[in-house]
Design a protein around this ligand. Structure first.
Ligand SMILES: Nc1ncnc2c1ncn2[C@@H]1O[C@H](COP(=O)(O)OP(=O)(O)O)[C@@H](O)[C@H]1O
Ligand SMILES: [Mg+2]
Length: 260
């Protein structure tokens, strides 16, 4: 579904992503792991069109989407979640879902100036969808709560919920589990699994919690220092020498290579 071809990104003198090529298979929940500063978030931002790569290409279902803007990718079903922006904290949970740009073609919207009942119809449909989303994510009891009053984990669920207001094909989640308590992390994991199985969402997620990755992700891709280090099942990458080395820091390999 996604093909990343030889992508690099420089920030001044820093080579944040250094010639990465990888594929994300349709229907997979692909994990992206690696030590801090590995370039994971930068790669996500490039794929989601937040900024272009310094070199290389991104393909979505075979189409070159390298220089598309986030909203263009959004309408192609490629979504990257963002923290609920500050200005949305004074909206309720339901309102936060209703402000997600809809899918109605501009045609219909223009017609709606002359067709009040059509507007009402779209509004009612969106509201129905938003109510389904909060049910699905088990936050129906919070639907009228201000987003600013939610816990960290509940906010993450709402971020995930926003992707459900459109027909997403592939969703990128950056550290969805960070600072989330066990119970809510469980709800998040369950929701990701159900969206994958029941609605055919493909996911790519960055996460530090290895239990979370082990539970959900196959394959797992490992990055370090801007480069792709390994790819495989969680057990394969966990036992990969270079991966262990990257996580434990330099030196060990030399130690072992040194003559006894
Ligand atoms: N906007 C930026 N400007 C300058 N350097 C950046 C920027 N974003 C990331 N970096 C640098 O790029 C490297 C990779 O960062 P990042 O992609 O955030 O890694 P990760 O998400 O794996 O922790 C780091 O050295 C980081 O300091
Ligand atoms: Mg990051």
């Amino acid at each position: 579904m996604i093909k990343v071809e030889n992508v690099a990104k420089n920030f001044g003198g820093i080579r944040a992503v250094d010639g990465v090529s990888l594929s994300i298979e349709k229907g997979s929940i692909t994990g992206l792991i690696g030590p801090n500063g590995a370039g994971k978030t930068t790669l996500f931002n490039i794929i989601a069109g937040v900024f272009p790569p310094s070199s290389g290409n991104i393909y979505l279902d075979g189409e070159d989407v390298t220089n598309l803007q986030p909203h263009e990718l959004f309408h192609k079903g490629l979504l990257r979640t963002f923290q609920i922006a500050h200005e949305f904290s004074t909206l309720t949970v339901l309102e936060n879902l209703l402000v997600v740009p809809g899918e109605q073609p501009g045609e219909q919207l223009r017609h709606s100036w002359f067709n009040f009942s059509r507007v009402k119809e779209v509004e009612a449909k969106n509201r129905e969808r938003a109510l389904e989303v909060v049910e699905f994510l088990e936050i129906a009891h919070l639907k009228d709560e201000l987003a600013g009053n939610l816990s960290g984990g509940q906010k993450k669920l709402l971020e995930l919920g926003r992707t459900m207001m459109v027909d997403a094909k592939i969703v990128f989640l950056d550290e969805v589990g960070a600072g989330v308590n066990r119970t809510l992390l469980n709800t998040i994991a369950k929701s990701i699994q159900r969206l994958n199985e029941e609605r055919g969402y493909t996911f790519c997620l960055i996460e530090h919690d290895m239990d979370f990755i082990a539970r959900l992700c196959d394959p797992v891709i490992v990055m370090a220092e801007g480069k792709l280090l390994a790819q495989g099942t969680i057990d394969e990458v966990k036992n990969n020498e270079e991966v262990i080395e990257a996580y434990l820091g330099t030196g060990r390999k030399h130690e072992r290579k040194a003559p006894a």
